[in-house]
Design a binder for this molecule. Structure first.
Ligand code: SAJ
Length: 457
């Protein structure tokens, strides 16, 4: 938790740009703090985690993201980004802390936001701006953040500006998207929106669009919900395609040639800290109305069970199996809400001897239900390989001859539709692909659709 710190102003003498205190140096806070620093703001980045402090003090980012090390190091060397474990007085406070959901109710867990507000209060001065970047249920800035900040004795919207400016960056492309994406500046009042927009315009090249705080909150959660529902539709298409004996990857490719259709990719489920979480904030806000959103979440959460059922067609417990990838998506190191981890848990519970392999994840990372091994150990004697994450290291970096020589049985299940099927088959593998007909040739035959009639019959 972020605690109180010494009264020290972030800004040095003679600085023209507002000084900024960023609370939370995670996937969003660290790139944002660094970007503001290299854009000329005096920034203090606040994070109480010793691991974060240790990595950053050594001049490197504690998370994997293309070019982030270079940006962080430039920001630190410029002298404009300093690190702290507690907030300090500044012109602008940016809250970029996690907003998970409570596992039992799936309601938003806003404790980190509440704590950040409490930590800012002692430093708040008239004329300050407080920006909430964390994704929250609609109404949070107005109904929770503003009243908490008013414990300072200052009136939100009059003495201090308050705004919600949601981040929209895609992990894996954070640094580009931070600059080029359009941004929302949702103010408690129009002057608050204007003030927040001006701050972000110091590095944003996309449009910074002024709106009110609750509309910005709603728009942000809608964006990720739209993506979740689209993936759920793709996943449901995959389940239907394997039932009727169609290759969903080919069918989606064909459907997407329609100028107004853009179906996303099926897969082993939806993970990460955003798309798998944020739709629940809308369910929480309007449970009776959010029917489609809830069903989409359930479809996506059902995919790990489907993957396990397909694995069971290839190998029975206690066979050794190798799961390729544990992160929530390709080429990142983030395992939060990862469907691959869920699949590993289900496989362990079913009695498989599970080995995990992921070149992006450091050994010893918490929360994995099975050992994380180097490739050669992970695949040795395995009765089946399951590709769960389409890391480039797996799609283009595998030595297939070596893998073929090491495995126990040459069987692979591709849950992302990315493997070069003919290259694997050339090495003697049977290749099962999620969203295609069942593995055995009989079941692969298209089944007649219920109610089907030939023309003229
Ligand atoms: N996924 C699929 N099929 C797809 C696309 C994604 O199964 O076709 C899965 C991924 O494998 C992953 C999950 O969905 O498990 C989410 O991945 P993602 O790449 O869709 O999104 P995130 O969580 O990395 O980032 C999202 C982005 N939101 C949108 O694109 C609408 C990003 O712009 C947001 O800033 C971010 O959430 C956030 O922080 O809210």
């Amino acid at each position: 938790m972020i605690g109180q710190g010494a009264e020290r102003d972030v800004r040095g003498a003679g600085d023209a740009r507002p000084s900024i205190c960023v609370l939370g140096l995670g996937y969003i806070g660290l790139p944002t703090a660094s970007m503001f620093a290299v854009s000329g703001h005096a920034v203090v980045g606040v994070d109480p985690s010793p691991a974060v402090q240790e990595a950053l003090s050594g001049g490197r980012a504690h998370i994997q993201e293309p070019d982030l090390d270079t940006l962080v190091s430039a920001a630190l060397h410029s002298g404009r980004l300093r690190l702290a474990t507690t907030p300090e007085p500044a012109d602008v406070f940016i809250i970029a802390v996690p907003t998970p959901f409570l596992p039992e109710t799936r309601a938003a867990d806003l404790r980190f936001v509440e704590q950040a507000c409490a930590d800012i209060v002692p430093h708040l001065r008239p004329g300050n701006l407080v920006v909430l970047e964390s994704t929250v249920p609609p109404g949070t800035t107005r109904d929770l953040v503003a009243p908490l900040l008013e414990r300072s004795g200052l009136r939100a919207g009059r003495d201090v500006c308050v705004a919600h400016c949601p981040e929209r960056v895609l992990p894996g492309r954070i640094l580009q998207e931070l600059v080029v994406n359009d941004r929302l500046a949702g103010g408690l009042t129009p002057p608050c929106a204007e003030r927040a927009a001006t701050v972000y315009e110091s590095f944003a090249r996309g449009n910074v669009i002024r709106t009110d705080a609750t509309t910005a909150e709603m728009a942000k959660v809608m964006e990720n919900t739209y993506r979740d529902v689209n993936v759920a539709l793709a996943n449901e298409f995959a389940l239907i395609a394997s039932r009727v004996g169609v290759d969903v990857w080919e069918a989606i490719g064909l459907a997407n040639r329609h100028p107004r259709v853009n179906i996303l990719r099926p897969g082993p489920g939806v993970g990460g800290h955003c798309v798998a979480v944020d739709p629940w904030f809308l369910v929480q806000a309007a449970p009776a109305e959010a029917q489609l959103i809830r069903t989409a979440r359930e479809v996506n959460d059902g995919m790990p069970g489907h993957v396990l059922a397909r694995l069971a067609q290839l190998a029975a417990p206690p066979a050794p199996i190798c799961l390729l990838g544990v992160t929530y998506k390709a080429n990142v190191d983030d395992v939060r809400e990862s469907p691959a981890v869920r699949i590993a848990e289900l496989a362990v519970d079913s009695g498989y001897r599970v080995r995990l392999c992921d070149p992006h994840v450091a050994p010893g990372v918490a929360g994995l239900p099975a050992p994380l091994l180097p490739l050669e150990q992970a695949v040795r004697d395995a009765a089946a390989l399951v590709l769960l994450v389409d890391h480039t290291a797996f799609t283009h970096g595998l030595d297939l001859d070596l893998v073929a020589a090491l495995v126990g049985r040459k069987q692979v299940l591709d849950t992302r539709g990315v493997l070069d099927r003919s290259a694997w088959r050339q090495r003697g593998f049977s290749v099962d692909v999620l969203g295609t007909g069942a593995k055995d040739e009989d079941a692969r035959e298209p089944r007649p659709l219920a109610g089907w009639r030939s023309v003229g019959a």
